[in-house]
Design a binder for this molecule. Sequence first.
Ligand code: CTP
Length: 388
Amino acid sequence: MNVVLAVGGGIAAYKSAIVVRELQRGGAKVRVVMTKAAQRFIGSATFAGLTGEKVVTSLWEHPGEIHVELGNWADAIVVAPATMDLLAKAAAGLGDDPVLATLSCAKGQVFFAPAMHWRMWERPSTQRSVATLTADGATMIGPDSGPLASGESGLGRMSEPEAIAAAVLAAGRGADLKGATVLVSAGPTHEDLDPVRFLGNRSTGRMGFAVAAVAASRGAKAILVAGPSALPTPPGVERVDVRSARDMEAAIRAHLASADAVVMAAAVADYRPADTADEKIKKSEGGKSLALVRNPDILAGLGAGREGDRPVLVGFALETSDAPAKARAKLERKKVDLVVANLAKHGFGGEENEVTLVDAEGDETLPRSSKRAIAHAICDRIAARLAS
Ligand code: CTP
């Protein structure tokens, strides 16, 4: 996918370099055009270094019609940050700088990531610009609510670079999971000892939430069976909250008939206390031992009970050594189609991970990437299997 990043003159321009990096991680080729004001906030050398391409900063320095060439080349143009001024000029159809001229020649999809003070965003004229551009077919990404450059908080903050890149990349891929139902589990399970104590683990749910969000953005009906997690429900995702491994198994089985793919990203507890006390357990002299019993292995149960190759089954393997080899053993033992292997030191809690995709055809180690990018790679594999 070819993407032109058009940088406007706002303080959020410093984040546009990360937009480039995230687009490239998702496989896009990126070229950059900047307004004069943008160059006061971030140097063109930064973008030249990231893209390996000459940055377009003026309509006069290039032989031929650079705006026409860029407009033709781009599958998508994303304006980030899109200032109030740029939105108004683009809505009016002006073309007297490299960004506006390139937009006027856009052949592909156009995105704006607005960034401004909340009062500028609320202004009727800004809202008219947004309405005109949207009616003309452009897509707004954000703005978000949060701290603004003025020190105030409000609606007007540029969306995070990862979200901007994800929206552009998703549009490039199209809705390749449309019509499919993807059932995803995420987070830890909590196995209760008594009304106030439980056995749990450190999973945050980020990976599974990312898979559900990405599946939904690619057109799937995404059902997220979430163990206890503080994360917000991603847009377009249907969420079912559960607590224990047995609750999770019941929720998954309840939705299994409609699922075309099941992604078990949850860190399911392998054991639970043999008894759950109704009253809080009181301390007594000396030590204490806990009797534990095995929980069902949800994924292995799905693999053993499956007839044919639907639903597509994806498991995760979190290991402390030899992740790909152990993942291959899990692939076979649990009779699943794909295992996403990672080492505990890379994955826990962060926004990024380093994983190896293991299936019958072989191993593919992905470069260290955002969990969202990894979710896309998993959805690529699911889409390919559903299409075959
Ligand atoms: N899983 C599951 N039910 C369980 C335990 C795990 O469905 N009771 C799923 C997880 O969601 C994950 C995969 O199985 O997709 C691997 O889990 P993991 O605990 O790493 O592997 P185990 O098979 O339990 O193997 P081991 O404990 O030997 O590492």
